[in-house]
Design a protein around this ligand. Structure first.
Ligand code: UN1
Length: 495
C-alpha cells in the first residue's frame, strides 16, 4: 500500500504512528478504493489515552466555560471552512450521497456552534429554602474523563454531538470511532487540534471495539461512556460498564414508522417516505423502515411509490444527481441481503428491488436496490432493525390500528404521521411511543437544538443534543448557603 496515507492515534496532543503497529484500512464502499490506514490500538493505548485525559482534566475543568465555548467556535469555523472537503470524505468513506455528506458536516457545525453558546449558560437552578437566611442552588460540574464511542452512519455529526457537549462541560475525552469511518474521525479530531484543544483534552484511539472499546469501558478512571450503535453492542457496553458503576448513555436502534392516513397529502407523504426510507441507504437510526398505510389509500399510495422507485437513481454517491449510494460495507451488504432472504422465506411480497445490483459501476461496490416488501405486522422484517434500504409496507383499517402497529415493537426512536386532521395529529403526538414524532414530515432530519433519543430498546432513558445534552456530561452539585449565623435544622426546626 505505498500510496495509502498512514494515520496515527492522537494521544496527549500528538499524532503517534508507532513503527510496526498493527494497522487496518478503510475503503470506499462504492468503488473499493483504499482511503487510509489506521493504527489498531491496543489496550495499552487506550490506557495511555485515559492517562493523558486524566492529567489534562483539572486544567480544562478550571478553564472558564465561556473560554471552552470559544474553542468550540473555532472548531465550527474549521469545519465550515473544510465543509466540502470533509463532506466528500464522508461520502467516500461510508457511501451516503454527497448532499447528505455535506449535511453530516453541517449537522456537526450546527451542534458545535450551539454548544459553544452553552459555555455561557450551563445553568443550574435556584430555589427557596425552608429556613431563614439560607440559599439553595445547584451548579454543574464536569465528570472527569469521558469516553465517546461512535458509529459510522453519521461519522462527523455524532462524534461532534458527544465531543462538543463533553468538552464545553469541562470533561476530557477519549474518542473511539467506528473502524470503517476512521478517516472521518481523523478529520473531526484535526478540527479540534487546529482550534487549539489543549494536549490530552481530546484523544483519539482507533481500533477494534473488543480491544480498545473494552479497555476504555473497563477503565476505573472513566466515569461516563457515551455510546451510539447497535442494540447488541449497546447491551454489552451497558453490562460491562455497570461492573464499575459507570454512567452508560446509549443511543441504539429504531424501527421507525411513517403512518399515512386516508386524508393525507399523498404527494407529500410520498416524498417523505422516499427520503425517510432510502436516504443514507436506510442506514439511519431514524430511517423509515415501516410504512403503515390506511386501507382506503393503500393501493394508490403503493402504486405511486413503485412508480417513483422505477426512476430512482442508485449509483455514484459523489454524483449530485444520484438518489442513493451503496450501503456502507461488505458486512452491511451481507446483513441486508440476509434480511431480504428472511423476508422472502417468511412470505413477504417483494414489490421492488430485493437484490444486490450488478454490472458496470455496481460490481466494484456494495449496491443494493431500494427494496419494498408488502408484509404483515409481526413478520421479522416488520419488527427487526435491518439498517438498510428495505421498507416494509403494512396495511391498516384505521387510526387506532395504525397506532397499535406503530407501537407494537421493541424500539421507539422516531415516528411520523401524514394527516390533515388536526385531532389525529395531536393524538399521534400523544400516543406514539417514540422519542420523536413528526407531523407531515419524514422520520429523519432531527435538528440539533432539540433532544434526540428514544424509548424502549432505543436507549436507556438519556437524550443527546438540545440543551439537555449537558445532563449526560455533568454532575449536579447541590449547594446550601446558610448566612443566618445559627444552626438551623431542616425538617426539625419549629415551623
Ligand atoms: C442517527 O441515525 O443515529 O434525524 C442520527 C436524523 C439525523 C440524525 C440521525 N439528524 O436523521
Amino acid at each position: 500500500m505505498p500510496d495509502t496515507v498512514e494515520h496515527g492515534l492522537f494521544i496527549d496532543g500528538r499524532w503517534e504512528s508507532p513503527p510496526g503497529a498493527a494497522r487496518f484500512t478503510t475503503r470506499n464502499p462504492a468503488t473499493g478504493e483504499l482511503l487510509g490506514s489506521f493504527v489498531s490500538g491496543r489496550a495499552e493505548d487506550a490506557e495511555r489515552a485515559v492517562t493523558a485525559a486524566a492529567r489534562a482534566f483539572p486544567a480544562w475543568r478550571d478553564t472558564p466555560a465561556p473560554k471552552r465555548g470559544e474553542l468550540l467556535l473555532r472548531v465550527a469555523e474549521n469545519l465550515k471552512r473544510r465543509k466540502e472537503a470533509i463532506g466528500r470524505v464522508v461520502t467516500k468513506e461510508m457511501g451516503k450521497v454527497i448532499a447528505e455528506g455535506r449535511g453530516d458536516v453541517q449537522e456537526a457545525i450546527d451542534f458545535v456552534e450551539y454548544m459553544a453558546g452553552e459555555g455561557r449558560r450551563l445553568a443550574g437552578e435556584t430555589v427557596p429554602s425552608e429556613l431563614f437566611r439560607k440559599m439553595c442552588l445547584t451548579v454543574r460540574q464536569p465528570k472527569g474523563v469521558v469516553v465517546c464511542i461512535t458509529p459510522w452512519n453519521f461519522p462527523t455529526a455524532i462524534p461532534n454531538w458527544k465531543i462538543a457537549a463533553a468538552l464545553v462541560c469541562g470533561n476530557a475525552v477519549v474518542f473511539k470511532p467506528a473502524s470503517n469511518t476512521a478517516l472521518c474521525a481523523v478529520e473531526v479530531v484535526k478540527a479540534y487540534e487546529e482550534a487549539g484543544v489543549p494536549a490530552g483534552v481530546l484523544n483519539l484511539v482507533t481500533g477494534a471495539g473488543g480491544v480498545v472499546g473494552n479497555a476504555l469501558v473497563d477503565d476505573p478512571r472513566v466515569r461516563t461512556i457515551s455510546f451510539t450503535g447497535g442494540v447488541e453492542t449497546g447491551r454489552e457496553v451497558y453490562v460491562r460498564g455497570a461492573k464499575s458503576l459507570k454512567m452508560v448513555h446509549l443511543e441504539l436502534g429504531g424501527k421507525n414508522p411513517q403512518i399515512v392516513m386516508d386524508d393525507a397529502d399523498l404527494e407529500l407523504a410520498l416524498e417523505g417516505v422516499l427520503f425517510g426510507a432510502f436516504g443514507t441507504s436506510g442506514q439511519r437510526c431514524t430511517a423509515t423502515s415501516r410504512l403503515i398505510v390506511h386501507e382506503k389509500v393503500y393501493d394508490q399510495f403503493l402504486a405511486s411509490l413503485l412508480e417513483r422507485l422505477a426512476t430512482f437513481r442508485v449509483g455514484d454517491p459523489l454524483d449530485e444527481k444520484t438518489d442513493m449510494g451503496p450501503v456502507a460495507s461488505a458486512d452491511q451488504e451481507k446483513k441486508v441481503l440476509e434480511y431480504i432472504a428472511v423476508a422472502r422465506s417468511e412470505g413477504g411480497k417483494l414489490r421492488f428491488g430485493g437484490e444486490k445490483l450488478r454490472g458496470g459501476v455496481f460490481d466494484a461496490g456494495h449496491f443494493i436496490a431500494p427494496t419494498v416488501f408488502e408484509t404483515r405486522h409481526g413478520s421479522r422484517i416488520s419488527k427487526e432493525e435491518i439498517f438498510g434500504p428495505v421498507l416494509s409496507v403494512l396495511k391498516v383499517r384505521d387510526f387506532e390500528e395504525a397506532v397499535h402497529v406503530a407501537n407494537d415493537i421493541e424500539y421507539g426512536l422516531s415516528s411520523s404521521i401524514y394527516t390533515r386532521d388536526v385531532n389525529r395529529a395531536f393524538r399521534a403526538v400523544q400516543e406514539l411511543e417514540a422519542g420523536i414524532t413528526y407531523v407531515n414530515a419524514p422520520t429523519i432530519g432531527a435538528e440539533v437544538q432539540l433532544p434526540f433519543g428514544g424509548v424502549k430498546n432505543t436507549g436507556n432513558g438519556g437524550r443527546e443534543a438540545g440543551s439537555v445534552a449537558i445532563d449526560e456530561f455533568t454532575e449536579l452539585k447541590t449547594v446550601f448557603l446558610d448566612f443566618s449565623s445559627h444552626l438551623q435544622k431542616a425538617q426539625i426546626d419549629p415551623r
